[in-house]
Design a protein. Structure first.
Length: 191
């Protein structure tokens, strides 16, 4: 099994470094969600008897038909899947809180103020230049972070729905309802 990513040290610097936040989310998704079929296949109990050379005479059924115990599925969901999802939710929630907070340490705040002042002083004659009225101020880093968090939450929803459908398909008896309900049932926040 792939090594699971550790929970990041949450700080405003982690959030404002969009590379660090995205890297954590991508690595976490690739370690669990992108390889969910392999993880579930690994839960199937191998043969208890030794190797039988006669077993190669016939083609074996599709690997998806091997039964997986509900205990193994429940353990995987609790220890791997839901804990990984909870870590990602925690990181996104924290960064959303940072994005909603005032940012007194924004290094580009002065530049933005200067640009805004220049825009107010500018004389615009759209008859001479129809594009002269356009002004695109720099976004504050909290706005950029808020946009990134919204985007990643959307990605997270798609990834979790896809992963959950695979888990439901393979862990028949132990998986019912939505992934949010299952997470809450296991004591995780199912946001």
């Amino acid at each position: 099994m792939t090594e699971l990513p550790s929970r990041p040290n949450l700080s405003p610097q982690f959030c404002f470094s969009s590379g660090a936040l995205r890297d954590f989310l991508r690595f976490s998704r690739s370690a669990v969600d992108d390889t969910i079929t392999e993880h579930i296949n690994a839960l199937a109990t191998p043969s208890h008897a030794g190797f039988d050379p006669g077993s190669t005479a016939q083609r074996s059924p599709v690997s998806g038909s091997r039964p997986i115990s509900s205990e193994a599925c429940d353990s995987f969901k609790r220890k791997v899947l839901f804990s990984t999802w909870a870590a990602r939710t925690e990181a996104l929630d924290y960064c959303a809180l940072v994005a909603a907070s005032p940012d007194p340490n924004d290094p580009e705040a002065t530049l933005r103020d200067i640009e805004m002042q220049r825009d107010r002083e500018r004389v615009v004659d759209e008859r001479l230049d129809p594009y002269s009225g356009r002004f695109f101020p720099r976004e504050a880093r909290t706005q950029v972070l808020a946009s990134l968090v919204r985007q990643e939450r959307g990605v997270e929803g798609v990834v979790r729905n896809r992963t959950w459908s695979v888990v439901q398909e393979r862990c028949n008896s132990s998986t019912r309802g939505t992934w949010q309900e299952a997470m809450e049932k296991c004591g995780f926040d199912g946001k």
